[in-house]
Structure formats: C-alpha cells, structure tokens
Design a protein around this ligand. Sequence first.
Ligand code: SF4
Ligand code: SF4
Length: 231
Amino acid sequence: MARQNVTIHTTRPSDTKPTPEDPSWAMVIDLQKCVGCDSCTVACKAENRTPPGVSYNVVVEEETGTYPNVRRVNLPRPCMQCDVPPCVSVCPVNATYKNSDGVVVIDAERCIGCRYCITACPYGARSFDFGGTYSDEMQGYTDVQSPEYGVQRGKRGSYTPPVGTVRKCTFCTHRTARGEEPACCETCIGDARYFGDLNDPNSVVSQLAASPRAFRLREELGTEPRVWYLR
Ligand code: SF4
Ligand code: SF4
C-alpha cells in the first residue's frame, strides 16, 4: 500500500471535509475465506493495546439455513466506519466525528464518557475504557500509550484519557498514515480481509465492493457502512 498524505487529528479539526487528495478507506471481508481463527482479534488487541474487556474486532460465529442445509459463517466485525454514523449524531460534545479519509474517530480529550454513542451504535462497535490493565500479567503494559491517539497522556490507571472515554476501531489510522494496512488485514491467515481506497476505481476494495457477492450489515438502517462482506 502506498504511503498516503493523511493527517491524524488527535483533536477535532475545524474542517474534516474530504479534499481530492484524501483517500476514502474501506474494507471488504470474504466470508468464504474466513476460517474463524481469531488471529485478527488478537492482532488488533496487540496493535491497539486495548484494555481488558475491550476488543475493536471480534469474530462472531453464526449458523444460517435449516437442517440439513446448515452453513456456519464466521463474521469478523470491526467498526463499519459508517458514512451516516448514529454514534456521531448523538454525541453531545462533538467528541466523535468523521475524518476526511472516511474513518470515524474519537477525540479522547473532548469525550465526557456519557456513552450515548455506545447505545446508538447498531453494530456493537464501541466500548468504554474503565481503566483496566494487564499489568499483573504483562510487565510494562501501563507504560505504553494507545497508538491510535499518538500522544503521550501519562500512565494508564491515572484517569487520564483514554481511560474514562469510549474506544473503537479506527482502521488503524496510525498504520494507514505510514502506508501500512490495518493490523487485522496484515495478519489474516485466510487472506480474507482487503483494505484500500474507494476513490481509486481500480483498487481491490472498489472492485470487490461492486461484486454481486457483496453486502453490508443492516443496510436497512441507512448507516452506509464502509465495510462490505462477500457472501
Ligand atoms: S459501526 Fe458503530 S461506532 Fe462504527 S461508525 Fe457505525 S455507528 Fe459509529
Ligand atoms: S484472521 Fe482472517 S481468517 Fe482469521 S478470523 Fe480474522 S478474518 Fe477470519
């Protein structure tokens, strides 16, 4: 993936409207290729140093059909980075917003922890950071910051953000700014996850999103997710 000239905003910028130079990030997940190994969940936790009880990416096992024509599907579920995000419209302090590259992010300094956005998200993609740590099991855990915020905020447990605020998948903005894929895509052993720029009609995600196999979760809600699945 080519390096992109994207600014990671750690506080809400005055204007987040896309410019012609901005990428338009999206993800496609092939359900025929996902083997349900949960590598993406582990990679995401390690990459984003999420605390106990917080997973930005889970893989949900579902059964479809009726016996004897039953099929088991593994459904990885990151944040959908909705283009019409209910989580953004309910935030009373404008702490969560859509970045110019299409990704929905949170300004941890502005978030007051009211959790309205957790209730509003129809995909269960947001979690509250209660300040838990793995420091009993992992030495030095509290010394390293959550990379998605990219700023030094002091040790976890001292009740400085992101402790006491809401956390979510950002398509690994800290990695995409370096020209790297999100950690879940890089680690997928089934090669089931694709990431790229919808502004490029030749990108793999543009082509796969137009596939007759493509669908999005809960389309009827009108949230316009940026994650497509291939059935
Ligand atoms: S999936 Fe949930 S958290 Fe993510 S943008 Fe949509 S409404 Fe917001
Ligand atoms: S890493 Fe790939 S194959 Fe494994 S659960 Fe995640 S999406 Fe599926």
